[in-house]
Design a binder for this molecule. Sequence first.
Ligand code: NAI
Ligand code: NA
Length: 416
Amino acid sequence: KCKKYKKTSYLWVFTKKNKIMIIEPRMRGFICLTAHPKGCEKNILNQIEFTKSQGPIDGAKKVLVIGASTGFGLASRITSAFGSNAATIGVFFEKAPAPGKTASPGWYNSAAFQEEAEKAGLYAKSINGDAFSTEVKNKTIELIKADLGKVDLVIYSLASPVRTNPVTGVLHRSVLKPIGNAFTNKTVDFHTGNVTDITIAPCTDEDIENTVAVMGGEDWEMWIDALTEADALADNALTIAYSYIGPSLTEAVYRKGTIGRAKDHLEATAFKISNKLDSIGGKAYVSVNKALVTQASSAIPVIPLYISLLYKKMKEKGVHEGCIEQIVRLFKERLYTGEAVPTDEKGRIRIDDLEMAEDIQAKVSELWEQATTETLPAIGDLNGYKSDFLNLFGFGFDGVDYQADVNEVVEIKGLV
Ligand code: NAI
Ligand code: NA
C-alpha cells in the first residue's frame, strides 16, 4: 500500500502509484481503527431506503441534530430528511482522513448523507467540532440564522467519554461503574466469543459528578438556552434527547450505575427545558430507546452479552429493530401522529417497549443463566452482534466490493 500524500487546502489527497488501496478492519479492543467509505455509504443508502419504504412523516421541516454522524442521531437526521423532506443541520465530532489513516465512520456517513440529500434537493449542512464548546454552539446558531431562520426540532444525541465545561474550563471524564458495591457478572468479548466473569469496582462520588457532567442534561440545556437567546427556535419547537433503562440484569452497571445517574439528570432536564419553552409552546422529551450495537454501547461491560441474547430472542419473535427502525417509529408513532405524544408515568417516550416486553425479558434472563463460551454460539446472536459492530465501520455490507481499490480521502460537502 502506497503512502504518498499531497496537501491541497484542508484535505490530504492520496496519490496512488500503481498500488491498490484496500481498506480492511483493524480492531483494537472495543474500537475499529479503520472505516470503509463505500460501506459507510451503503449503510446510509440502506437507511434512506428503509425510511422511504415507511412512507412520508408529517414531521419537522427544519431540524438541528447534535450528534448527527452515527447511531441514533444519524438515524434521526435520515428520518427527518428522507421521511419529512426536512432541511437538516448536523453537528458531530469526527476525524477527517489523514495520511495513512482512514476517516472515522461518522465522517464517511456524513459525506454520503450529504450526497444523497443534495441529489434529493434537500438542504443539508454540517459542523464538525466539539458540540460542548461555546464556539460550535455560536457557529451553529449563526448558520441557522443565516440559512433557516429557526428550527422546529432539535435532536440531542451525543455520546462522549469526555466534556470540557465551557464555563469552568474543567475537563470531565465519564466512567461506567456501579455505585456503592462492586458488581460481578458475566460478560463476553464479542471478538473471541469468550464468556467470563467480570468484577467492576464501585465508583467514587467524583466519578458520579463527572459522568453526570458529561452525559447528563447540562449541555442540552445550554444548547436550548443559546438557541432561545438567539431566537432560533420556531413556535411549538420540540427537542428530544435519548435515554436507556434496560433490565435488572444490567442495572448495576447501567441504570443504577454512574451512567444511570447521568440519564436521571438528562430526564430531569427535559422538564426544566419544557418549562423554559412554555412561552413558545415548545416541549422537551426524553425518548427511551432500545439497546443497540453502537460505538458507545460496545464499550460498556456486560451489555454486549445482554445484547447478543436479546437480539436472538427479538429476531426469533420478529421484533428486532436497528437505529433507523427505532427512530422512524419514534417519529411516526410517537412524535408526529397529530395527537398528544404518549409518555410513561415519568413523562418519557418509550420505544424500548419491544425490548422490555415480559416474554422477551423472561427468556433473556433464562438464557443469561445458561450463557457460557460453549453455549453462547447456539443460544445467543453473537454473529449478529459482530456483524452490527463491523457495519458501524462500513464493513460486512452486501453489495460492496471490499477487494476493489478505494480512495479513503472523501470530502464532506456542505461542511461549514
Ligand atoms: P454514537 O456513538 O453512535 O453517536 C454519538 C454521536 O455524538 C456521534 O455523532 C459523534 O460524532 C457525536 N459526538 C460525540 N462527542 C461529540 C462532541 N464532543 N462534539 C460533537 N459531537 C460529538 O452513540 P449512540 O449510541 O447513538 O448514542 C446517542 C445517545 O443515545 C446517547 O445519549 C446514548 O446514551 C443514547 N442511547 C444509546 C443506546 C444504545 O444502545 N446505543 C440505547 C438508548 C439510548
Ligand atoms: Na448518535
